[in-house]
Design a protein around this ligand. Structure first.
Ligand SMILES: [Cu+2]
Length: 649
């Protein structure tokens, strides 16, 4: 797998020279051609080796029309293919038609294929499992309904069953409930309410009512049937004991905005069969959860909106990978905003960087810190500048992972706020009492910045917008950012990268490809360029070739084991052993909403041996969780080999 062939230097120079001559002539005889010529000149300048060696090069990836999707989620599978998940793609028509999309892009063959998508996995969470499958859990059960589109008051009705002897009770869609105000409310879906459970507490027998929740809509349009406080509702057609035992309770029934509702489906996407495999359902429906890996290979699902668009009040749950099922984790009750950036640290704790996307309390659960999963303790990490601006920020475990440093980039204030920041900060989590320290500022305030670890330990930062979803920022109608930059840990500074040509804000992502390039996808602006009409989802794809791909011959790996054990030393043969300065195991990205808790780059100790290099894999599971990695050898000029897939057992 070598990078896509690009025009040779000579041919590029020649075509640039011809272009220059042509445009000079044309500029003289035909003034409107000057703009066209300026574009050609720019193309010539950014294609010169002296430029690409310093700043890299962007190119567009031609995508056949049948495979253009709203890229909401992206992950690099150990087959080398890029999984691009849209689900309904934040498109109500797709959702209502049941049109859910997933495509695979194979960068080695430059081929796209379609994958059947069983349910709407739009805004699910995902992470790689030790077996190489991508766990995809949660998603969309219902789309939001804006206040202006709500004619009838609606609310979530909790239907109670206080009878322990009559079994579960079924109420079909359209069941009427009547309030004390005399108005009727109709259920939006079928609902089965479990029977009550009796329990003995000492001498006393307690009955715990069964309950199930369902949306109800007022029969009467307008505000007359609004109910602003908690109240009880009678189920139509019930009498006597039946009526006493079965009833409804709702906190409010109003014409307020209804948020997206989460789904409880869960799948493992198998890279070998290229199909979704249904697992046990989640305990709670979740929309915008983060799936965070734990050292033993189980996965935690954290945060999200429930089936009725309400923030889950700190309920988290655990995926037992060996049994393919979810169990409640009441011992780990803790509130986080949606899509929290949770990075697995060497000691097994999860570091919440503060990054998050979309929803949550303005105040509760937004403080960065280290979460100990053995006792649910949380050690605050202070010192983050612009601490109120963590929504739509991104964070990454810097390379090498052994340094235990997490960096946060940009972000904005909660919700549809005009305020965003250029701040970066770094927390050294190896310190006994870690704090954030300021890093170099980004060139512009940025939300939704994609941050991608590269094999040479630098971080590509690209895309993003200063304003909310690419919209207005300080007087400008559009605020997409085209400047890209590469964070250099050695100098703690940003180096300018070539400009991208496509703006990417909300619902965009970037991931490292095995050959060392970076693919960027998606963007979901709220408005079109006029700022008045709804925006359209960006379906074009770009690929960035970092400077290291223009610096000469790449080292190669001839042979080596396909699987390695933690804490062991293994030999890879290479003819380039003499010039190799670093070896990295890089865990592939699985990213959505610029939240990528999978990507990490682990340093391997190098010992020269005849014909190659002996590489030592660290012992700690928190440093190198089991799963598939790309092995890169990096030479004395910072040029990486093509990544070679290795499974850490
Ligand atoms: Cu979203």
């Amino acid at each position: 797998m070598s990078p896509r062939p690009r025009p040779t230097v000579a041919r590029r120079l020649l075509s640039g020279f011809v272009t220059l001559v042509v445009l000079t002539v044309l500029a003289v005889v035909n003034r409107p051609m000057v703009v066209f010529g300026a574009e050609k000149l720019h193309e010539f300048q950014i294609s010169r080796p002296s430029y690409t060696q310093k700043h890299g090069y962007w190119s567009r990836l031609p995508v056949p029309a049948d495979f253009r999707v709203n890229a909401i989620h992206a992950a690099l599978l150990h087959t080398g293919k890029v999984l691009i998940i849209a689900g309904s793609g934040n498109n109500r028509e797709n959702f209502e038609a049941g049109t859910f999309r997933t495509v695979l892009y194979d960068p080695a063959q430059d081929e796209f294929t379609e994958v059947p998508t069983p349910t709407d996995v739009f805004c699910a969470g995902h992470t790689f499992l030790a077996n190489g499958n991508l766990l995809v859990a949660g998603g969309t059960k219902s789309y939001e309904v804006l206040e202006k589109d709500i004619a009838n008051a609606a609310g979530v009705m909790k239907i109670k069953n206080e009878s322990a002897v009559d079994g579960p009770r079924f109420f079909p869609k359209g069941t009427r409930l009547t309030g004390k105000n005399g108005f009727a409310y109709l259920t939006r879906a079928d609902v089965t309410v479990p029977a009550a459970v009796t329990m003995k507490h000492g001498d006393e027998v307690m009955t715990h009512a069964g309950e199930a929740e369902v949306w109800v809509d007022a029969e009467l349009a307008g505000d007359t049937a609004n109910v602003h406080g908690p109240a009880q509702y009678a189920l139509a057609g019930l009498t006597g004991d039946d009526r006493r035992n079965h009833y409804g309770l709702a906190d409010k029934i109003t014409r307020e905005k209804q948020e997206y509702g989460g789904d409880n489906t869960s799948y493992e996407f198998d890279p070998n069969t290229e199909r979704y495999i249904r697992t046990g359902n989640m305990v709670k429906p979740r929309w915008y959860p983060t799936l965070a890996e734990t050292p033993n290979g189980d996965i935690l699902a954290v945060s999200g909106l429930d089936g009725f668009g309400r923030m889950l009040p700190g309920n988290n749950e655990r995926y037992l990978a060996g049994q393919r099922r979810w169990v409640d984790a009441p011992e780990l009750k803790r509130v986080f905003p949606t899509y929290p950036g949770l990075h697995l640290m060497q000691d097994g704790r999860l570091f919440f960087s503060g990054s998050n996307s979309g929803y949550g309390s303005d105040t509760e659960g937004r403080t960065p810190g280290l979460w100990d999963l053995t006792n649910n303790r949380f050690q605050t990490v202070a010192g983050l500048p612009d601490a109120r601006m963590t929504e739509t920020s991104s964070s990454v475990l810097l390379a090498p992972a052994q340094d235990q440093k997490v960096m946060i980039f940009g972000g904005g204030e909660v919700g549809e706020s005009p305020v965003s920041t250029a701040r970066t900060a770094i927390a050294d989590l190896d310190e006994p009492k870690p704090t954030y320290r300021p890093g170099p500022n980004l060139p512009e305030p940025a939300r939704y910045l994609s941050t991608v670890l590269l094999p040479d330990d630098t971080v590509l930062t690209t895309g993003g917008s200063s304003g909310y979803r690419g919209g207005e920022y300080q007087g400008k109608t559009r605020s997409d950012l085209f400047n890209a930059q590469i964070y250099q840990p050695a100098s703690n500074s940003f180096a300018r990268a070539a400009d991208s040509t496509i703006g990417r804000n909300y619902h965009s992502e970037a991931i490292l490809l095995p050959d060392g390039r970076v693919i960027t996808m998606g963007s979901d602006p709220l408005y079109d360029p006029s700022g008045k009409n709804p925006g359209t989802f960006e379906q074009r794809i770009e690929v960035y070739s970092p400077p290291y791909l223009f610096k000469g011959d790449r080292p190669t790996v001839a042979d080596g084991p396909a699987a390695v054990q933690r804490g062991t030393t293994v030999t890879f043969t290479t003819a380039d052993a003499g010039r190799i300065r670093a070896a990295r195991l890089m865990r592939p990205s699985a990213v959505t909403h610029v939240t990528d808790v999978d990507q990490r780059s682990v340093a391997l100790d190098i010992t020269p041996v005849p014909g190659g290099l002996a590489l030592s894999v660290p012992k700690a599971k928190g440093l190198v969780p089991s799963g598939w990695y790309l092995l890169y050898l990096v030479d004395d000029k910072g040029v990486p080999s093509v990544g070679r897939w290795v499974q850490v057992l």
